[in-house]
Design a protein around this ligand. Sequence first.
Ligand SMILES: [Zn+2]
Length: 180
Amino acid sequence: MLKGVFSQTTRDHWKLLSTGLPEGGIESLFATEIECVERMEALLWPEGRDCPRCRSKKFWLIKERNLYECANCSHQFSPWSSTPMAKRKVGLKSCMLGAEFLIVTMAAGRTEIQTIQKFAKVTGLSYRPARDLRSSMCEELSKLFGGFWGGMVCVNEMDITHYVEDRLDALRAHYGFDVD
Ligand SMILES: [Zn+2]
């Protein structure tokens, strides 16, 4: 089923993305949801975020609704609106862990272990949300430099000569899934 998505890209694409991942894994750099949100903000607003209405740079985050409220004019807007997270139903950290899993398994050429069950285990999601996320994420990651998700998880400069084969083993050991 996923073959159509993956055939557009070569294994080198995934190896290249893999070299951008944090050495100790996503977990080592982005332990909390807040840290993941900060990562996204840094990507979306490299110059620092500002209010679309008054350009103020002071915000509150209304966590339950995933909205920002401008501290100056009270304008509310979503930080996710321009991203694949616009209609998000799952946490950002789950997504980042999932992206790492997909990149590492693709780079290793082990598409057969990308079952929804394993993806669900890595992301901490139940079956249906895991299935939906995996399919949309594969599409995004197939883009140049992994699109939005590549930007989120690839914190290091990408260099294919730095590809390491044993990342899959580390990931497997961490999450305790089988690769055979
Ligand atoms: Zn404002």
